[in-house]
Design a protein around this ligand. Structure first.
Ligand code: AMP
Ligand code: GLY
Length: 422
């Protein structure tokens, strides 16, 4: 049983289907595209009681809880209570994403490199602090905010407006009761997803997200408009440093706090002039990072997940192909703001296309979300993967389709600089 219904869940399900030990997959709620690969059940990802009852009734052997909300709400705890093994952290460990105040304090306590910060639960005090704080600065809502709770303020006025909008106008609801005001860092960003069972941490192939809506990183922040893997900035030396200073210390810190993390721990890193620093932790697979990382996984995902749940991850084989992948997200024109949907989608069947926002209606697949789908291609090198992804994009049709044209270009340029390209 896979809880969730986006492109990430589709990628997880497609990879799980390759396992010889997986015979049937239910997706809760899944979506119109996932319906090709799993039996979709009309239960929302946040309906914890219904999820548990369904799992018991269907005698589910193994559950994967993919999105942040159900993890933070305790879906894994609820399933474990009825003896259903799960991939994903319990609520007391998912707090590493659920509360920025928690994660910042954890990093400070255990000397894990991150941006300097102050925490406020009072608007006036935050505003007073901002009168003399270095600018630009970064304002973060404490709780989950659909990935939108981060405001980079380039002026003092913007910073103050951001604080007021979060703490007084409550644009992110209770997520803005507490806020973090953070030092502005610079440098290339890298996403590293890892498997961890609290005993070992095994990083997956690194990746690069493209968060802005428009080419050249312009436009609004989105859930992610495309990804590539591996990330050329993440060299072997950087990986080694991250393992020693960030990954293992984070796992051990969570153990010491009595919050053993089992599942996919996502490290959002910035490679600053002063070394790699943590920008954010996520308690789950990233979206759309998963859509480039899992296609490169050669080992059996289900076995890895079972080992993670059982605490025997050290015995798992986790091997990635020595290739590159590129995922281009096709969205509805207007996303992340207003957009129309309900348009018929036609696409090839034999491709790695991960459906995010689509529904089935009278046998037709119709657009039903901002991010509609992600087209992933693998290549021997990054350029081949990018070119192939854009070729496949041409074969996917729906009205109002919008996508970025430059996914991977920054990485290609970096590769040339770093001298890793052929
Ligand atoms: P998040 O929603 O936490 O992934 O943050 C969104 C984006 O804001 C990140 O991908 C970074 O590009 C940027 N960001 C977050 N924190 C900082 C920081 N301290 N300095 C500079 N940029 C940041
Ligand atoms: N792609 C970033 C995230 O999943 O939060």
């Amino acid at each position: 049983m896979v809880v969730g219904g986006g492109g990430r869940e589709h990628a997880i399900i497609k990879k799980l289907k390759e396992s010889k030990n997986v015979t049937e997959i239910f997706a809760l709620p899944g979506n119109g595209g996932i319906a090709n690969d799993a039996k979709c059940i009309d239960i929302g990802a946040k309906e914890i009681d219904k999820i548990r009852d369904f799992a018991v009734a269907e005698k589910i052997d193994f559950a994967v809880v993919a999105p942040d909300d159900p993890l933070v709400l305790g879906a894994v705890d609820a399933l474990n209570e009825v003896n259903i093994p799960c991939f994903g952290p319990t609520a007391n460990a998912a707090i590493i994403e659920g509360s920025k105040v928690f994660s910042k304090n954890l990093m400070k306590k255990y000397n894990i490199p991150t941006a300097e910060y102050e925490v406020f639960d009072n608007c006036d005090e935050a505003l007073k602090y901002l009168e003399n704080a270095p600018i630009p600065t970064v304002i973060k809502a404490d709780g989950l905010a659909l990935g939108k709770g981060v405001i980079i303020a380039k002026t003092r006025e913007e910073a103050m407006d951001a604080v007021k909008s979060m703490m007084e106008d409550k644009i992110f609801g209770d997520s803005g009761n507490n806020i973090v005001v953070e030092e502005f860092l610079t440098g290339p960003e890298v996403s590293v997803l890892s498997f961890t069972d609290g005993n070992v941490v095994i990083p997956m192939v690194s990746s690069m997200d493209h968060k802005r809506a428009k080419d050249n990183d312009e436009g609004l922040n989105t859930g992610g408009m495309g990804t590539i893997a591996p990330n050329p900035y993440y060299t072997e030396e950087v990986a080694k440093e991250c393992m020693e200073k960030i990954f293992i210390p984070t796992m051990e810190a969570m153990n010491k706090e009595g919050r053993c993390f089992k599942g996919c721990l996502y490290f959002g890193l910035m490679l600053t002039p002063n070394g790699p620093k943590v920008i954010e932790y996520n308690c789950r697979f990233g979206d759309p990072e998963t859509q480039v990382v899992l296609p490169l996984l050669e080992s059996d995902l289900f076995e890895i997940m079972q080992h993670t749940a059982e605490g025997t991850l050290k015995d798992a084989e986790v091997k990635f192909a020595d290739k590159s992948a590129c995922c281009v997200v096709m969205a509805s024109e207007g996303y992340p703001q207003k957009y129309d949907s309900g348009f018929e989608i036609t696409m090839p069947e034999d491709k790695n296309i991960y459906v995010a926002g689509a529904k089935l209606s009278d046998g037709k697949l119709l657009t039903a979300g901002g991010r509609v789908l992600g087209v992933t291609e693998i290549g021997d090198d990054l350029k081949t993967a990018i070119d192939a992804a854009y070729e496949t994009v041409k074969t996917v049709k729906f009205d109002n389709a919008y996508f970025r044209h430059d996914i991977g270009q920054k990485a290609l340029a970096a590769k040339k600089c770093i001298g890793k390209d052929s």
